[in-house]
Design a protein around this ligand. Structure first.
Ligand SMILES: C[S@@+](CC[C@H](N)C(=O)[O-])C[C@H]1O[C@@H](n2cnc3c(N)ncnc32)[C@H](O)[C@@H]1O
Length: 289
């Protein structure tokens, strides 16, 4: 770590401390919340209820509502203390909760993060599971604001990287890099990962809602109606876009893909993170052994 990197984080905390009210949006739990603890508990339980149902159904946990509520409460503390002025271009509130909750519950020893940006999701994953080793991959760390003490930083695509650690089925690879999900599924499976978190995973009929969808998305790969060579066309922000189904790549990925489930959208419930747009179909994806 060079001197500039060393100074970046404290400098950032200083800027954050002296810019309160200038950068943070109003719809952030750091700035807007109920004062009475009994009212705070009502919101925490409401969010926890959604996360508990998802976790028990998809992760196979047996979380009680009280256990889920403790995780949500911890998350709110961590989120309020984030060392960022804003996370424009990165995960909003609803994704931040899903990432934190998943890593707390799944307890991976090794985490891969592909697509780091300023470091918000690295921060959340480290706080969720401080003992986990995190491998951060990005093509450029020019925007990095938070540097995690448990992370190893790699300024290149993860594709050719060979891990020295043994990767187990409990470990997690998180893809928020806008790269084709079929490629990520093939790579992750080969490297030993069996559970992924992928962002920007719209179903086929909602491709229009993304400027840069990593198509084919995991959800599209599970779509039985798509045929080899089929052309999909849509308009994003008045620009014509199209994608032609590559049957070979599709089928390879499909043979490894077991499930893809979007996390609950807790911005609607909480009204946090609504200003900047909320749901990007962040999903939990499982692969065959
Ligand atoms: C949406 S941002 C990540 C946001 C971050 N996970 C967060 O929530 O705060 C996408 C990032 O992916 C990175 N990226 C693009 N192509 C990549 C690749 N092939 N491998 C790794 N990262 C890549 C971009 O440089 C950018 O920093």
């Amino acid at each position: 770590m060079g001197l500039i990197d060393f100074l970046k984080y404290p400098l950032h905390l200083y800027r954050k401390a002296y810019s309160k009210g200038v950068y943070s949006p109003w719809d952030d739990p750091e700035r807007s919340y109920m004062l009475d603890p009994k009212h705070q508990s009502l919101l925490i339980e409401e969010i926890a209820g959604e996360m508990q149902v998802f976790s028990n159904a998809k992760f196979g946990t047996k979380l009680s509502l009280a256990e889920a509520a403790t995780i949500v409460e911890n998350f709110l503390d961590v989120y309020r203390n984030k060392p960022f002025l804003d996370n424009q271009g990165g995960s909003p509130f609803t994704n931040a909760l899903a990432v934190f909750f998943s890593i707390r519950v799944l307890k991976p020893k090794v985490i891969v993060e592909s697509g780091v940006w300023k470091g918000m999701t690295t921060y959340l994953m480290h706080k969720a599971n401080p003992d986990a080793k995190i491998h951060c991959f990005d093509l450029s760390f020019g925007k990095l604001e938070y540097r995690c003490p448990m992370a190893e930083y790699h300024e290149h695509d993860w594709g050719k990287y060979e891990f020295t650690e043994e990767i187990s089925a409990d470990d997690v690879a998180f893809f928020d890099c806008h790269v084709d999900h079929s490629l990520r599924i093939l790579e992750a499976h080969k490297k030993g990962f069996r559970q992924l978190i992928v962002d920007d995973n719209p179903p086929l009929h909602k491709l229009y809602s993304f400027g840069l969808p990593p198509f084919p998305t995991a959800d599209m790969i599970l779509n039985e109606d798509l045929k080899d060579g089929e052309k999909i066309r849509w308009v994003w922000n008045t620009k014509n876009k199209e994608y032609t189904v590559d049957g070979k790549r599709f089928n390879e990925a499909k043979s490894l893909l077991l499930s893809s489930d979007a996390f609950p959208e807790v911005s609607s419930t909480s009204r946090y993170g609504v200003k900047r747009g909320t749901h990007s179909f962040l999903s939990y994806v499982t692969l065959s052994s």
